[in-house]
Design a protein around this ligand. Structure first.
Ligand SMILES: Cc1ncc(COP(=O)(O)O)c(C=O)c1O
Length: 275
């Protein structure tokens, strides 16, 4: 588990332990790659890229172990399109169609999941001006600030190369509470669509997203994950734009997770500890 999440999300760790897992913070002393990372960056809070490298090493050395790389791979994106397919059905039920579709972006799977089925309809000729917005943390904005080029999916360069928008596989994002968005690249399909101008990218800092998360919790009675709060902030901003322009638009966003395992982040925000 990435060290920063190990420290910030203690109950996520307990859930894993409940189901019998041994949980080790990454980078760890249990792999050669982890040891090397610790030598190179002794005070690091870890990153998804480092944890992926360690997991691959464990899988390569252990016949019993298999490793499947997660949300930055295209097949994972397509798997998640069940979200958008359901959203299309839900929209039909209420007689609406989105003008804007929004999701937060780590590797990209929940954003692609909600956006791709709507985008597919648009590309197939449906008469719609629907916009698609992927939202990232300012501190790790691979779409907004990365380069469109081949790169590895992990820090130690053990994965194949992927054509993606990347901050560089050795980029170590600063510590922050949206651990799931601290990934150096964005999935090839999303990178391509962004590069082609078919989707938009936006980024926010931690304070902004927690403020929106709290507004949302008060309005809806749901405490969102800090990752999802990026999508919420963009949704609120789009709604405010509509208000200013005196327009009525339908905005759909993906609430990718609840924040009940992220209360430490909320505590830090509410007590003014978040910079
Ligand atoms: C709640 C939540 N939302 C979003 C993400 C980002 O992942 P992806 O971009 O693959 O959807 C994560 C990743 O851990 C997450 O925990």
């Amino acid at each position: 588990m990435v060290k920063i999440s190990f420290e910030q999300k203690p109950y996520r760790k307990v859930i894993m332990q409940t189901f019998g897992a041994d949980v080790t913070p990454s980078p760890s002393n249990t792999t050669e790659i982890g040891k090397k990372m610790l030598e190179q960056y002794p005070d690091t809070s870890g990153s998804l890229g480092m944890a992926v490298s360690e997991a691959i090493e464990v899988a390569m050395k252990n016949k019993e172990a298999k490793y499947a790389l997660g949300s930055v791979l295209n097949h994972v994106l397509l798997h998640q399109t069940i979200i958008g397919q359901e959203a299309i059905g839900q929209m039909e039920k209420v007689g609406e169609y989105p003008d804007v579709v929004i999701g937060c972006c780590g590797g990209g799977s929940n954003f692609a999941g909600i956006a791709f089925p709507f985008l597919a309809q648009k590309l197939a000729g449906k008469k719609t001006k629907t916009r698609f917005i992927g939202v990232e943390p300012k501190s790790c904005a691979s779409m907004s600030q990365g380069q469109y080029r081949y790169d590895h999916g992990d820090t130690a360069k053990l994965t194949p190369l992927f054509m993606m928008e990347t901050l560089g596989c050795d980029f170590v994002p600063p510590s922050e509470h949206s651990g799931g968005l601290r990934y150096h690249g964005i999935a090839p399909l999303i990178a391509f669509l962004h590069h082609e101008g078919l989707i938009e990218a936006r980024n926010y800092d931690q304070k902004e997203i927690f403020a929106s998360a709290i507004d949302f919790a008060k309005a809806e009675g749901i405490i969102p994950a800090p990752e999802s709060a990026h999508a919420i902030k963009a949704t609120i901003d789009e709604a405010l734009r509509c208000k200013k322009e005196n327009k009525k638009e339908t905005i759909v966003f993906c609430l990718s997770g609840h924040g009940m395992l992220d209360l430490k982040g909320y505590e830090d925000y509410l007590s003014g500890k978040i910079k």
